[in-house]
Design a protein around this ligand. Structure first.
Ligand code: AMP
Length: 279
């Protein structure tokens, strides 16, 4: 595996790859890699000649300074993991290198995607995500880009980014990887104690309970159920909503013609976790 830190070195490498008519897949990450990331990288390896994994803890997408400062950084372990996966290129730039890439000067039409849930709870977060992903797309010109369904709202926004600004890039969505107890893998799980990791399994448990009862419960009943269930476990509920995925709109009732997702964000002590489940 080749590790590249400088934008100019990456640009030269990409030029070479393009001359050889090889396809490029990119997996943007913030590092502290786990098996959720592995699944994206493995799929990328299968579908492209060259796999680029980027590791960059992007300060602009953190709306909370402590979250940024405490975000787990495990570059040496990440490098070993990427070598085992036979990743071709690790791009791990500094802030200074990233600042050498021009800021994209467009505004996406995102409608509800930039209004509700994570957009509402983390002001500026998606602007930061769009900025860094657009920069990475700009310098790597990938054929395909891999994103996880765990961050569903982000995935839908990146799909819009490609539809509106990077039409040649195909966004590949990858299923959420969970641990044996059902907890979605996340770099932030490293902040949880053994006991909290067990409690956190309830997030997926309540989502499944809502799914099981989707035709019998009103949305209000589902919301009350989730709030009470998590409250009893001292899990702080940031939001629980059922959205219709096409319009990314809140729904008050479920009918069988539309596609719905249960979307949840919680805080356990100081660690914020998100998850979702297709109903
Ligand atoms: P992050 O490093 O958390 O920014 O995540 C990088 C990419 O990995 C994003 O596209 C995430 O959606 C994806 N990802 C993170 N956790 C998981 C997971 N448990 N399952 C699938 N994809 C994931």
């Amino acid at each position: 595996m080749k590790q590249i830190n400088a934008v100019n070195d990456l640009l030269s490498f990409i030029q070479l790859i393009k001359q050889q008519n090889k396809t490029i897949g990119i997996v943007p990450t913030m590092g502290s890699l786990h098996s959720g990331h592995d699944s994206l990288i493995k799929r990328c390896k299968k579908e492209n000649n060259i796999t680029i994994v980027s590791i960059y803890v992007n300060p602009n997408q953190f709306n909370n300074k402590n979250d940024f400062l405490n975000y787990p950084r495990t570059l040496d372990a990440d490098i070993n993991r990427l070598k085992t996966l036979n990743c071709d290129i690790l791009f791990s730039p500094s802030d200074k290198e990233i600042s050498k890439i021009l800021n994209p000067n467009f505004k996406l039409k995102l409608g509800n995607l930039n209004k509700y849930l994570e957009a509402d709870n983390r002001p500026g977060h998606f602007e930061g995500v769009i900025n860094i992903v657009a920069k990475l797309f700009e310098i790597t010109s990938p054929n395909k880009a891999y994103f996880g369904e765990k961050d569903l709202q982000q995935l839908l926004i990146i799909k819009q980014l490609c539809l509106q600004k990077f039409k040649n890039i195909q966004v590949i969505s990858c299923a959420t990887v969970r641990n044996a107890g059902g907890l979605a893998k996340s770099s932030r799980n490293k902040h949880l104690t053994e006991k909290e990791l067990i409690i956190a399994r309830s997030i997926y448990k309540v989502l499944n309970e809502v799914k099981k009862n989707k035709l019998d419960w009103s949305v209000k009943k589902a919301k009350d159920y989730v709030r009470k269930y998590l409250n009893n476990l001292s899990i702080n509920l940031d939001y629980f909503e059922i959205i219709e995925i096409e319009k990314f709109s809140f729904t008050q009732e479920i009918n069988t013609n539309c596609n719905y997702y249960a979307m949840i964000a919680v805080t356990i002590r100081e660690t914020r976790l998100i998850d979702n489940l297709k109903l």
